[in-house]
Each structure stands twice: as C-alpha cells, then as structure tokens.
Design a binder for this molecule. Structure first.
Ligand code: 0GY
Length: 293
C-alpha cells in the first residue's frame, strides 16, 4: 500500500437515513486481496486490501440490499477480483469491468454470466494511460450486443474534448460522479451547464450523483457545496441517476469519509421518498437487474 494511502473508515456510523427496501449501492470497488488477486503492473496507485467480505458487511450495515462493483484502475483489465465478488454475492452484485481490445468473446460471455453488465472507460489522466478513441469505440461495439453499457470517468474541464466521443457511443452511457464538477463554480455556470446539456440532449446518458467527499471543498460531514449540483441532476433527470458509496474510496487525500454520513447525504439530494426510490432502487434495478422488472 502506498505510504500516504488512507484506508477506509474502520467503524462507520449507523446512518440516520433509512434507505428504501432493495436499495443498491451502485458504485463501489474491491481491492485484492493482493495475495489472491495481485494489482496490475501498470497501476498508478497501490491501495489497501478491501475484500468482498468487507464490502458485503458494509452493505448490510448501511441497509443496502445490492452492490454494483466497478473495476478500479489498480486492477487494470484483470477483472478476477471483481468477478470473484460477483459470483460470491448470491446474485446481489452486478459488475462493471475494464476490458482491452484483446478480450475474447468467450471472456465477455463468461463475465456476463458472472454478472458483468458494463465496461468502464477512464479518462482521468492521473489514473490511466491514454487509450486511442478508436480502440474504445471498437470495445463499445463489441459489448453493445451483450446489452452492456459504458461507464465513463472524466473531469469537467475535459468534457468539451470528449463530447463527440461520448455522444457517438451506441450504448447507455453512465457518467461517474457527475463528471467531477468544480463545485466552487456556479451551478448555473457554463461548465456544469455543459454537463446538464449532455444529459438533456442525450437520453442515453445517465449520471451517478456520488462522491460528495471527492468533490467538496467545504468538507465533511455535510459536503454542503455539492448538494446543489447533485440535487439539480436528480430533479432534472430522476429516471437516469444512480448513487454509490464509492467504498473503499480510492485516492482520497485529507479525510476518509464515514460511510454512514455519506448515506445521510442522500435525503439532501433526493428530497422526496419517490426520488429516493428511483435513485436507489428503480433506476439501478432497471439497468443492472432488468430481468426482475
Ligand atoms: C472512483 C474514483 C477514483 C479512482 C478510481 O478506478 C479507480 O482507480 O475510480 C479516483 O481516484 O478519483 O470512482 O473510485
């Protein structure tokens, strides 16, 4: 583990907010354990271990029923730890993998059988090396027939340059953490306005309204400066929003959130029981467990 790595909170508080029955934590990760699932040689960070057992214990403690486990960059395109978590979840976890253009159809079908329903394209420069757009487009074309979607992670200042690529994708496109807005800028300003326009003009684009702890400058436990941004998206696009803890919170510097307090952030951004049910149950179920609808 990196010397300055902050491990996840050892004793999160019990949230005051009770999530609706069947709620899905739609963005979380597993790291290793390294002895069983070594980290990728090309990784940009070395985290602490964060096992599937610890993830499922947190799920139960916070009151969630299901998880969507997202491949973290420290595992590169080796999805074994992710798949291992899915197959041991008793159908209570789905996954988003990272694949290279070399992935075979058999590997894709095997991952699908384990519960993978998407692939992640990461554009955050501190996390990954550059992959040419045509390679990503080729991968998107391969996974689309499986009914998978593409999850994209990028920073707000890069959206203009990524716009044409995102809007050319043939699948549902799920944006991590609202496209990482700079929350010191106005919610009505041009930068966040461009993200709202992306969602308004492209009904296949969804957003995770997650990670106040990553975006906030005002800080814990309220993360009040993030509320107007997340609330704006939830109220404008209630059918296309997802939320997740982001446990075990890779690369946080400064503070490690109390996951219970993150759950208590939810009623500030989804202010009615109906919006809460869409955000935490209906939307993730439609995307990840459509057979149960
Ligand atoms: C996140 C955020 C980060 C890291 C990763 O895959 C990853 O390594 O996603 C980050 O450092 O901002 O979504 O967990």
């Amino acid at each position: 583990m990196d010397p300055d790595w902050l491990p996840f909170h050892p004793h999160p508080s019990k949230p005051a907010f009770k999530v609706p029955p069947g709620a899905v934590d739609a963005h979380c990760h597993v790291f290793g354990p390294e002895a069983q699932f070594p980290f990728a040689p090309e990784r940009k960070y070395t985290p602490c271990d964060a096992s599937k057992e610890q993830l499922f214990a947190l799920r139960d403690f916070l009151g969630f029923w299901r998880n969507v486990v997202v491949q973290a960059t420290c595992h590169g395109t080796d999805n074994r730890a992710l798949v291992d978590a899915l197959v041991h979840s008793q159908d209570r976890a789905r996954g988003v993998a990272s694949v290279s253009r070399d992935v075979t159809d058999v590997e894709l079908r095997t991952m699908h059988a384990a519960g993978v329903r998407g692939t992640r394209f990461n554009f955050v420069k501190r996390l990954v090396d550059f992959t040419p757009r045509e390679v990503l487009a080729e991968i998107a074309g391969r996974i689309a027939p499986l009914g998978w979607h593409v999850v994209v992670y990028f920073e707000a200042q890069d959206l203009p340059e990524l716009w044409d690529f995102f809007t050319s994708l043939p699948t549902t496109v799920v944006v991590d953490h609202m496209g990482r807005p700079d929350v010191t800028k106005p919610v009505d300003g041009p930068e966040f306005g461009l993200f709202m326009k992306l969602m308004r003009e492209h009904p296949n684009v969804w957003s995770k309204v997650s990670c106040p702890e990553r975006l906030s400058k005002s800080g814990p436990p309220e993360y009040d400066d993030v509320v107007p941004f997340a609330r704006r998206i939830v109220e404008a696009f209630p059918e296309r929003v997802l939320w997740g803890t982001d446990w075990p919170h890779p690369n946080l510097k400064g503070h490690m959130p109390d996951d219970g307090k993150l759950v208590d952030f939810l009623p500030k951004i989804a202010v009615t029981p109906e919006l809460q049910r869409k955000l935490l149950v209906d939307n993730p179920m439609r995307l990840y467990w459509p057979e149960e609808n």
